[in-house]
Write a protein that binds this ligand. Sequence first.
Ligand code: ACM
Ligand code: ZN
Length: 756
Amino acid sequence: MKIRLLLFLSLSIFSLMSFAQDSIISIIPQPEFIKVNSGKFILNSKTKICVNSKDKGFLEAAEFFKSIVKKGTLMNLQIVENSKIRNEPNTIYLNNNNQSAAMSDEGYVLNVNQKNIEISSITSTGIFYGLQSLRQMLPPEIEGNGNFDESVIWEIPCTQIIDKPRFGWRGMLLDCCRHFMDKDFVLRYLDLLAYYKMNRFHWHLTEDQGWRIEIKKYPKLTEIGAWRKEEDGSTYGGFYTQADIKEVVAYAEKLHITVIPEIEMPGHAVAALAAYPHFSCTQQPITVENNWGVFKDIYCAGNDSTFKFIEDVLTEVISLFPGPYIHIGGDEAPKYRWENCLKCQNRMKVEGLKNEGELQSYFVTRIEKFLSTKNKKLIGWDEILEGGLAPNATVQSWQGVNGAISAVNSGHDAIVSPTSHAYFDYPLKSIDLKKVYKFDPVPDGILKENVHHILGGECNMWTEHAPQEKIDSKMFPRILAMSEVLWSPLEGKDYYAFNKRVQKNYSKLDYLGVKYGFETQPISFDVKFDEVEKAFKVALISGQKGLKMNYTTDGYKPTKSSTNYENTLVINHSCELQASIFQGSQTEAEVFSRQLVLHKGINKKYKLTFHYHQNYSATGDNSLLDGQKGSTDFHDGLWQGFQKNDFEAVIDMGEITKITKISASFLQSMPSWIFFPEDVEYLVSDDGINFKTVAAIKNDALQNLQETKLKEFDSNFENLQTRYIKVKAKKVGVCPDWHEAAGSEAWLFIDEIVID
Ligand code: ACM
Ligand code: ZN
């Protein structure tokens, strides 16, 4: 009893303390230890920065802080180099010493009192992070361009911070291939990463859709490979010159960020092969891809000149990136070409390789050996485990965490960035701020003694659907959660406290010019069908408190002046319900929509002959007759997917019913291996046993459409009365020969069977 009471008391004191601290300072990522004392240090134009170290990095950190202060406050602080000054007032001391926690490479100790400020570390990185924490304790106007109000006081609460990161690898991947990002945009992201103490920039530089790094020995890589012809005939592309790359790498270094280039092989190499087709298996000319997906043409593993080419490329890459790692991709390499290539098959015979998986392992191991002669270490996506992992490779786990578990348990290093928590190209519907915050890079199943092989994690910003101007809204605020996952101790994690700090962070992001997005899916729909009123009852659910939702049902996009949502809507007609949230002066906002179709079949019972795939279950067993029709986004949660079997359902209308129309909708998305059915058949029966065919419809749409399309297979009837309706749809078996995934099981996607 006593123990519990004591515990209760100490917990209350602790929570009071942390509440008080939260209300004064909000650093992201949360430091390992903070104690707020009373009083404040006031930064003014007389404040000196005293560098007590001969390490040039300490001086650079001082200059960095000075430049931030200059930009935000217009004050020009004096830096005193290698001074002997101690304990003078109005001074920020940067000390090189091994005071307690400042012993770790990136750790620091920060003491703010009314008289002066002291930051101690054994490394300039620790000092830099101490200064970033100090920066975050200043008023948000520090991030502006001197556009502050007269009333702003540059005060810092008296504080003691002892801090160091949980993981040494705190990264972000930026795909500059699917969409090209300006050099200045990349530099800006480095600033933002450093602000949150992220220290790895994983630069995705080569892809099917564009080669983005100048290689002097192979000029066609950028002359041809950096440019693609879009569907509308326009040319899209861009690349970084070696001078650009050097500038980015040097800039990153000043921000204590290591840049890791990713040069993809053996797959995701269409742009390179468009430039130099003789390094592919077919050696036939191809063009830079203008579609998203995974493509058949990969580097030929049977051709020694391919390896010579890759080694030449890597030699130039290595000369530009001083960091210890080179990422070689290794993901999503279809083996179709290798299976049909004499040279690749010959290589397998000569090397005694059992299958194409082992050939990929041979490929990666050969590259790893080359890299190690240059003192570089190889990183690859988790597919490099297939067919056997190269001896010193580091695995980046993306298809879940199993790749990390097998790598780490066999003594390899791993970086963890699973699609479940770390893919910031995914919508908030699947990965919101809270979900990112819940991510733990150390998965269950890692041997205790091998935990140190988890280097850390990354958030991955793939850009198929994100041109440069959309990146901020996808990265922010989710990257705040990732920075805390990778830096702060696991024990103190508290989403509520974190979120309070996030709220305080927004004004800083405003000053930094970051166009951040929402914390969670801002609008979702709860649709019910009222049998008595024959109407939909729709609630709009806002994912974030205090947001006003505007909606329309007339087919026009909602505007700032559209009707504001207050209560559950009653909708007794078919329509597209569209809703948006407008913030501040915004005039255009993301639209969330739901297609509602009022028909006789809603909520009628039906039985499926074959079960849908667990990953595409929509809303379950009522999904095809719920009056809500799937959109062209096959991830919208309304489509049911079938991969192994055809589609067949028997609908019971409950009684003999007059039917004038049956219409089932299907989706086709070629890059996602989803095809319209070959044909659709409607049958009817009064007893549910004996059926007769009333319509048979062949697919007349093209299969190789680039666009994602919806198609209604509909049939009208004049004198049809029936109780049972059978819907049959014949699935395309496997992806056809011309398809990039030729031979793989095709998908059938269906939603809403409309019956009138
Ligand atoms: C990946 O997302 N293909 C690594
Ligand atoms: Zn080949």
